[in-house]
Design a protein around this ligand. Structure first.
Ligand code: HEC
Length: 101
């Protein structure tokens, strides 16, 4: 009886873990904010040639463009393909959208 209860609990834990989608805000904070800043207007990325990610001009970029740059990098921007999962990249692209001023 006891082992059955443990099994059920293990199954429930596994289910609730898989229900956690990648957290875009968390990915951004840990991987991107050092250059792009918490608000998207980080002085480091700007110095290296990036537009502010919260600027209206940048926000005209399509999700596909943002995904490609995040995956493949560009100039001094590091590539994240292989470092982040597609789920995480999708989530961080969504988060970048929320930075819009
Ligand atoms: C080492 C600093 C650095 C880190 C860390 C970094 N970036 Fe960048 N990023 C840059 C630079 C520099 C550019 C400008 C590249 C160019 O155009 O030459 C850039 C450009 C971009 C662009 C395109 C901006 C434009 O002007 O069109 C996007 C989108 C972007 N980064 C997203 C991200 C995301 C998402 C992350 C985290 C997963 C991230 N970056 C992490 C430095 C960084």
């Amino acid at each position: 009886m006891k082992s059955k209860a443990i099994l059920i609990m293990a199954a429930m834990t596994a289910l609730s873990l898989s229900a956690f989608a990648a957290d875009g805000a968390e990915v951004y904070k840990s991987k991107c904010a050092s250059c792009h800043g918490a608000d998207g207007a980080g002085p480091m990325a700007k110095k290296l040639g990036s537009r502010d990610l919260n600027s209206a001009d940048f926000q005209k970029s399509s999700d596909a463009d943002i995904t490609t740059i995040t995956k493949n990098g560009k100039g001094k921007m590091p590539a994240y393909a292989g470092k982040l999962s597609d789920d995480e990249i999708g989530a961080v692209v969504k988060f970048v959208r929320t930075l819009k001023k």
